[in-house]
Design a protein around this ligand. Structure first.
Ligand code: EPU
Length: 423
């Protein structure tokens, strides 16, 4: 099992290119099923993207990822099921459901379980697809879904702006008969990127300023080429690494517009930020200030995926910060690991109170999930002494060459595959 060994307190300096967005690429890869041939540029090379291409290949498609470009050829697609082992590889495999039903009029997938972030229900995905004409039977842990009379448009109102449910419905509706409206849809940049992909394939998708998605079904989608948006959470993580180490950093190939909730928080912590068209510069103070209140919210609110890296920053700040996690029930597992490094964090339900300490110390810690793992790296970069961070497979789901990127800035971090093997 891989580990990072981090020698803390190195000052960082330099520039990083921000990778393509994992959470934008995944639904787009699912939607490629509805096209004959797709070329997706800026696709990050991550284990979750590998899991998505394993699903496409299992279904009979041909995929290749070369130098950030994923090519998907669906001519050989001959299956309509996803077996349990592939569903378990990645929780967000559920986003393939709408695409498979739309292509095959049937889908059989194993029921996704909970995950590191707590229970992950899919009721909104299923009720949305039912409105489009899908009948769903729970068959001993498998979902047997059929659209015997084809898919048709519908008016759907989501009780919560779920990102995955919005994506599943958009994909299925793009080739349904008639018009679909999704009210209270998610408004994350990844939703707009999926809409851009579908439109590039000849789909008809529009999103108004209130977040309602309008889809006019077309008979079929065409082959197309698309470039995935930059990953806003990876960008926020790199900025957190610079902030906590009192460093300067230049990010390029970033979309500052997607970080409008994070940038004021870095400023409240005492950092100076300068945004260009596709660049962001950060200059950080010697010691960070606390953040009065960080409430995670659906976009354009503060992203739940950035909560953990910000918590690491606040752990070393000069006062008390309060976090309220409104999206996931169980997203503070990293707090206990940060405490092993000397942080003072009290968690009570959805609230975490972080009392900044003057010094974190290196420790043996374990990644509990993707962003929680990233927060341990952020903390270890600033801690005094060495940290050993295990279970880094979680981090590798979302960060391309994390250690190489940080090393290029002067960080002292190495990856150890097994005991003794340094990569
Ligand atoms: N929910 C339901 N029923 C549903 C769907 C969602 O109750 O049918 C609940 C969830 O349990 C959760 C909340 O609604 O409490 C939000 O879930 P949402 O569906 O919006 O999230 P998701 O689509 O499962 C995506 C990202 C997550 C990100 C969230 C919120 C992908 C692949 N995943 O998940 O990313 O945290 O949106 O922005 O796009 C990550 O990258 O680390 C990550 C977890």
């Amino acid at each position: 099992m891989g580990k990072y060994i981090v020698e803390g307190q190195a000052r960082l300096q330099g520039e990083l290119r921000v990778q393509g967005s994992k959470n934008a690429a995944l639904p787009i890869l699912a939607a490629t099923l509805l096209t004959p041939h797709s070329v997706v540029h800026n696709c990050p090379n991550l284990s979750d993207i590998g899991a998505a291409s394993n699903i496409l290949e299992y279904l009979g498609c041909r995929c290749s990822l070369e130098e950030g470009t994923m090519t998907v050829d669906t001519a050989g697609c001959c299956r309509d099921d996803i077996p349990d082992n592939l569903m378990r590889e990645m929780r967000s495999s559920i986003v393939f459901l709408g695409a498979i039903i739309a292509r095959c009029a049937r889908a059989r997938i194993s029921m996704p379980g909970g995950c590191e972030l707590g229970p992950r229900p899919i009721d909104m995905h299923l009720s949305g697809l039912k409105k489009l004409g899908v009948s769903i039977r729970d068959d001993y842990g498998y979902l047997d879904c059929r659209a015997e009379h084809g898919l048709h448009g519908a008016k759907i109102s989501l009780p919560f702006p779920s990102v995955g449910a919005t994506e599943n419905i958009m994909i299925a509706a793009s080739v349904a008969r008639g018009d679909t409206e999704i009210h209270n849809a998610a408004r994350e940049p990844e939703i707009y990127d999926l809409a851009a992909f579908l439109c590039a394939c000849g789909g008809k998708v529009q999103i108004d300023s209130s977040g309602t998605v309008y889809v006019s079904g077309v008979e079929q989608l065409q082959s197309c080429e698309h470039t995935v948006i930059p990953d806003r959470i990876v960008a926020a993580t790199w900025l957190s690494c610079a902030a906590i180490t009192g460093s300067r950093l230049h990010l390029y190939d970033v979309e500052p517009q997607h970080l409008t909730a994070c940038i004021p928080m870095f400023e409240e912590a005492g950092c100076e930020l300068r945004a260009g068209e596709s660049t962001l510069d950060i200059v950080s103070p010697r010691r960070l200030l606390p953040l009065r209140m960080v409430r995670t919210m659906p976009y354009p609110g503060f992203p739940t995926d950035a909560q953990a890296p910000f918590m690491a920053m606040c752990a070393l700040s000069s006062g008390t910060s309060v976090f309220v996690e409104n999206i996931f029930e169980n997203r503070y597992k990293h707090a206990g690991e940060l405490c092993r490094m000397g942080a003072n964090i009290k968690v009570e339900g959805r609230v975490a109170v972080v009392q900044g300490v003057p010094l974190l110390h290196g420790a043996k810690v374990e990644c509990t999930d993707l962003r929680g793992g990233a927060s341990l790296v952020v903390a270890a970069l600033a801690a005094q002494g060495d940290s050993e961070i295990s279970e880094i497979r979680h981090v590798e789901r979302g960060y391309e060459d994390l250690e190489g990127n940080l090393r290029s800035l002067g960080a002292k971090i190495k990856k150890v595959e097994k005991s003794g093997d340094i990569c």
